[in-house]
Design a protein around this ligand. Structure first.
Ligand code: HPA
Length: 247
């Protein structure tokens, strides 16, 4: 069984520091997912690049259900994901890490549940604490012991994409209580909750929201900023799993 999983977002397409034990293609009732399993000491970590290995899957096309079900079926109990995000606050500049604590779902046309038909066992999943309290606690500790600075709370506004936002939308998102904006964490976090998997996200601020600075937002810029945080991020995720495994 592989107990730990990572879903890598924009800029994070494979585990760089760890040996890969196997690569699998997992097919389930929702579709197909490519998973590689890496090893850190005696831990096995499944890795899924959310956008594919070369950023070929746009946010609204990602098969979130196939990915979460594939993780569940190989035994994953804890998922850490990463997400590139735009900042909604001038005091939260590019390069900063944010441990997400809440989300606002502003997606429009996505299947965001495993319960999509008549089912006597369907449930209204509780998302009072959408991001795992255990993983968040371990993340803060692991960050502290590695000297990595991370913001302990952040509300993520999930948009449909794949376009970036208008400045008017960015203003609105700030007014309704958002801290960062991205295109993928919903429905992933919801599905993980439905599947009973502990799930948390480290967001990397790659840019200010549209209109907060002169000029536009470009994907290359987002990937460039993410790359500068990548090593810190990989170290942090491994530290989190190590702490969970010890408990
Ligand atoms: N908006 C939406 N998604 C993003 C952004 C953004 O500004 N930056 C990185 N992902």
């Amino acid at each position: 069984m592989v107990k730990f999983g990572i879903i890598g977002g924009t800029g994070f397409y494979k585990m760089e520091g760890l040996p890969v034990l196997e690569k699998k293609e997992i097919t389930n009732e929702y579709g197909r997912t490519h998973v590689s399993v890496a090893r850190y000491r005696d831990l096995k970590i499944a890795f899924v690049p959310r956008h594919g290995t070369s950023h070929s899957l746009p946010p609204h096309v990602i098969n979130y259900r196939a990915n979460i079900k594939a993780m569940k079926d190989i035994g994953v109990k804890y998922i850490m994901s990463t997400a590139a995000v735009g900042s909604l606050h001038m005091l939260l500049p590019p390069g900063e890490l944010v441990l997400l604590s809440q989300f606002i779902d502003w997606t429009k046309g996505r299947i965001s549940t495993f319960f999509d038909g008549e089912d006597p066992n369907f449930k209204h999943v509780d998302v009072t604490e959408p991001f795992s309290g255990l993983l968040r606690k371990k993340a803060l500790k692991a960050a502290e012991s590695s000297g990595i600075h991370i913001h302990p709370y952040g509300t993520y506004v999930s948009t449909e994409g794949p376009r970036f936002e208008t400045p008017a939308e960015i203003n609105m998102m700030r007014m309704i209580g958002g801290d960062v904006v991205g295109m993928t964490v919903v429905p992933e976090v919801v599905l993980a909750n439905e599947a009973g998997i502990d799930y948390a996200t480290v967001a990397v601020v790659t840019n200010y929201g549209a209109g907060m600075l002169p000029g536009g937002i470009y994907h290359e810029e987002v990937e460039g900023i993410f790359a500068s945080a990548r090593q810190r991020l990989e170290e942090l995720l491994i530290g989190i799993f190590n702490a969970v495994a010890k408990e």
